[in-house]
Design a protein around this ligand. Structure first.
Ligand code: HEC
Length: 194
């Protein structure tokens, strides 16, 4: 599954000449652990380690524009006019649930924000095309909120390759909780898999 995702992403993003060159570059960067033997000194090991960290950081830097070089993945600003502002500190739970006075507005804003910021990878209407997980499968409620927050504020990467950028760098907390509010309206749990 993971391998499939990575492969699909690679084929999808490696469609321009520059993207292909960058892909080749990344491949030549060793990300495996250098062989350690009992004779290496602590300082040698440290050098190896920092070299590795640098390589991973470099790969991340190279991978980030790669993932975004595909025109339709460019993040779009989200207009959150009318929504209660939440401040800089990330909440643990979606504030815009049914009992929130601006719930309907959050659903509308979330639907649009999803289309312009997430759909390119996660599929239109949150129906995954296979590149990234189907977000209709996210659990409703606070447990799903926690996982959602974890992913959008950290992003996802594998072996130094960015699979999903840290979305909170591009979309405000209000915009991201609005997306979560919309996602709950289309989740499998809400629609009973229809
Ligand atoms: C560049 C492609 C890309 C974009 C853009 C993107 N994602 Fe993702 N997302 C992924 C991939 C790939 C994974 C799987 C990561 C993994 O396997 O570790 C993922 C995982 C997730 C998960 C965890 C799903 C699960 O079942 O565990 C959530 C939640 C999520 N993304 C939300 C979002 C939201 C919300 C947006 C838009 C604001 C977004 N993503 C934008 C590629 C993307």
């Amino acid at each position: 599954m993971t391998l499939l995702i990575t492969k699909t992403l690679l084929t999808k993003t490696a469609c321009t000449k520059t993207a292909r060159t960058k892909t080749a570059l990344i491949k030549t960067i060793p990300t495996t652990t250098p062989p350690t033997n009992s004779f290496t000194t602590a300082s040698q090991r440290f050098t190896n380690l920092s070299g590795q960290v640098a390589a991973i950081a470099l790969a991340t830097l190279l991978a980030a524009p790669l993932a975004w070089s595909h025109g339709d993945v460019t993040p779009q600003p989200v207009d959150i006019k009318g929504l209660e502002l939440l401040g800089d500190e990330w909440l643990e739970e979606n504030p815009y649930r049914e009992d929130h006075p601006q719930h309907e507005l959050a659903v509308d804003i979330g639907a649009r924000a999803y289309n312009s910021n997430c759909a390119a990878c996660h599929g239109l209407e949150a129906k995954s095309g296979g590149i990234a997980p189907d977000l209709r499968e996210l659990e409703n409620g606070t447990w799903g909120d926690e996982w959602y927050k974890e992913l959008v504020t950290n992003g996802a990467e594998r072996n130094g390759r960015v699979l999903m950028p840290r979305m909170s760098d591009y979309v405000s907390q209000e915009g991201l909780w609005a997306i979560r509010t919309w996602l709950e309206t289309v989740s499998m749990e809400t629609t009973q898999g229809q």
